[in-house]
Every structure is written in C-alpha cells, then in structure tokens.
Ligand binder design. Structure first.
Ligand SMILES: NC(=O)c1ccc[n+]([C@@H]2O[C@H](COP(=O)([O-])OP(=O)(O)OC[C@H]3O[C@@H](n4cnc5c(N)ncnc54)[C@H](OP(=O)(O)O)[C@@H]3O)[C@@H](O)[C@H]2O)c1
Length: 318
C-alpha cells in the first residue's frame, strides 16, 4: 500500500482508507466486520474513518469498532490512524447536534467511550453550522487537540470560504487543519471548482468520500436491476435511492463502456481516476465484505491512467 503525505504535516495516509459509515452497525455481522478490519491491516489500510452517527443506529459503528479493538486489534493501536467526527444529530435537545462547543466536546467524549480509546488521531467538525460562530466551532477543535483527546483537527464538507476562515483560525491557535473531507467521484466533480483547489492552495490534506458513488460506480446497478443485498435496497440507506440510481444510469453506462475499452473494471477506473489527482491524499471507500475491500485496495499503487482515457472521462462526466 503506498502512503501519501497529508498536506504539509508529518502524517502519511494510505492511498485507500476504510470508512465505517455503513456495514459496521449493530445489525451487521460481527464476524464480517472483524474480517474487514483484519484484512485492512493486512493490506496496509491503516486509516479507519468513523463518526459518532455512523451505524445504523447512530453510535453503533463506534461501539462495534471499539469492541473489535478491545478483543483483537488493540495491540495495533499505534499502527492505526483513527478519526471521528461530531456535528450531525446524535441526541435530543439543544445540545445533540451541530457545531457548538458544547455539542462537539460532549460528542468527542461519547465517541472515545464507545471506542474505548484515550484519543483519536483526527477529530472533525462533521459539517459547518450556519448558526454557530465559526470561532466557537474551531475553538472546540483546538480544545480537543490541546486536551490530548485528538492529535489533529479536521473539517468535513466546509464550503471554500468557510474552510479558509476555519483554517486561518486554527493556524492562529497553532493547531493547523490536518485534512478536509469531501465528496468526490466521477459522478460528482463539484469540488473541482471549490474544495479541491482550496486544499491544494493551502497544502492541506484531502480525503475524498463516496469514491464509488455509494456503489453506483461499481456497475452493480447497470441494466436497472438492483441486487437484493445492495445499499440501494436497504431501508436504512436514505442517501442512495432507487430514483438516484435511475437518474445516473446513462452516465454510469457510458463510464462502464470506457472501463471495458480500457480493459479494467468500472470500480478500478473510478478509484484510479481519483488517485491520479495529485491533490487527493487518500480515497475513502466503504466496503461490505472482504472481497469488496480487496477489490478496492487493488487500485492503489497502479500506474497512471493514459491521457486519452482521462480526456474521454472528462467528456463523459463534464
Ligand atoms: N464526511 C462526510 O460527511 C461523509 C459522508 C459520506 C461518507 N463519508 C465517509 O466515506 C466513507 C465511504 O463512503 P461510501 O460508503 O459512500 O463509499 P463508496 O466506496 O462510494 O461506497 C461503498 C459501497 O459501495 C459498494 N462497494 C464498495 N466496493 C465495492 C466493490 N469492490 N464491488 C462492489 N461493490 C462495492 C458497497 O455497497 P453495497 O452495500 O451495495 O455492496 C459499499 O458499501 C464512509 O464510510 C465514511 O467514512 C463521509
């Protein structure tokens, strides 16, 4: 597994990281979860991305991950880079959501308890809060780092202007922003005119999520058939709907043709295209089983896609 430097920091991240948003909740098979963590470590995928609300239900992915660490993987803690986030709805009442200092620091404490950890490697503000002063949200990240409960601070889904402001504030406190996390895939290139150049300009790491558009870019939905075990069929997956799959079908079909012409799978095409971007530090996948994990990991360390293919991809996705 090749590792890339995260911005100007001392941190190296694997080209492929594993996110636990889905597939690690209390309804998922513990043995499959354990196998994926074990296989990740074997493959050199040492970065595990969590958030307080991952599951489902919220909290259960951290709980499951904590149990696995305690049972099997705790001895490898120093070889692992573990992140969590707060800022989405977690508990009722005025303090269970968004970007206040109260919510973020209580959320971090809860995450550490669920994972049975003393610290996380990165603590993120999961999303910007339009009602809370950015100084307060950033202040909570600074305190998380100064208290030793997080080694680094991160931002997720911030628009460029607010990202720059947050980075300035963090830098003033000598707690530089390590990394920004945002969506980037062949079906959603919106970051190319915003976040991508912003992170490049500031030399801050970029970890890009949903690289396979939640599975659409594996080709599993081509032909209009939804596999019974796929995410689009899950009632607890509100962000990948049948309508969404149908709406992107024509573009996915064109990309699948280009992958076939290049002699690689659509999954490989989608992941290698992202890894061809110098601004991308790590590609943050989700996997439901070891087979998917291995398949995705195989995209790391490959040679660059040829220029004519990159041009064809631009034409197909512009
Ligand atoms: N910061 C944020 O707000 C935010 C938002 C979203 C995600 N994230 C992070 O990004 C991570 C990844 O997001 P994502 O789950 O949307 O990523 P993704 O890699 O685009 O989608 C993962 C899904 O694609 C399918 N898949 C993956 N590899 C496959 C393969 N080789 N062959 C066939 N199917 C495959 C599986 O779906 P099936 O179940 O259908 O098999 C899997 O659950 C999350 O876990 C989380 O850590 C962060």
């Amino acid at each position: 597994m090749p590792y890339r430097r995260c911005g100007r920091s001392g941190v190296l991240l694997p080209e492929i990281s594993l996110g636990l948003w889905h597939n690690f909740g209390s309804g998922d098979d513990p043995a499959a979860c354990r196998a994926m963590i074990a296989e990740s470590l074997e493959l050199g995928i040492c970065h595990f991305d969590l958030a307080d609300n991952y599951g489902p239900p919220p909290g259960s992915a951290e709980q499951r991950f904590g149990e696995l660490l305690a049972q099997d993987f705790g001895a490898h803690r120093d070889e692992m880079f573990i992140s969590t986030k707060a800022g989405h709805l977690m508990w009722p009442g005025p303090y269970g959501d968004w970007g206040s200092r109260k919510h973020l620091l209580a959320g971090l404490d809860q995450s550490l308890r669920r994972m049975k950890l003393d610290y996380v490697d990165v603590f993120y503000s999961h999303r910007p809060d339009p009602e809370t002063p950015i100084e307060e949200t950033v202040g909570a990240l600074v305190q998380a780092v100064r208290s030793g409960k997080a080694l680094y601070a991160g931002l997720s889904k911030y628009p460029p202007e607010l990202f720059h402001r947050a980075c300035d504030l963090l830098a003033e406190e000598k707690v530089p922003c390590l990394i920004h996390q945002y969506r980037y895939n062949l079906l959603d290139r919106s970051c190319e005119t915003g976040m991508l150049p912003a992170t490049e300009q500031r030399q801050i790491g970029s970890i890009v999520f949903s690289p396979l558009a939640q599975g659409m870019l594996t080709g599993k939905y081509l032909g209009g058939v939804l596999p019974a075990d796929s995410r689009a069929q899950r009632a607890d997956s509100p962000f990948l709907t049948v309508e969404r799959v149908a709406g992107d079908a024509a573009r996915v079909a064109r990309l699948a043709e280009l992958a076939a012409e290049a002699g690689i799978s659509l999954t490989q095409l989608a992941l290698r295209w992202l890894l061809s971007k110098p601004a991308v530090t790590s590609v943050l996948i989700g996997a439901r089983n070891v087979r998917q994990l291995r398949d995705c990991a195989a995209a790391a360390g490959q040679e660059a896609l040829p220029d004519d293919l990159l041009t064809a991809l631009d034409l197909a996705t512009a």
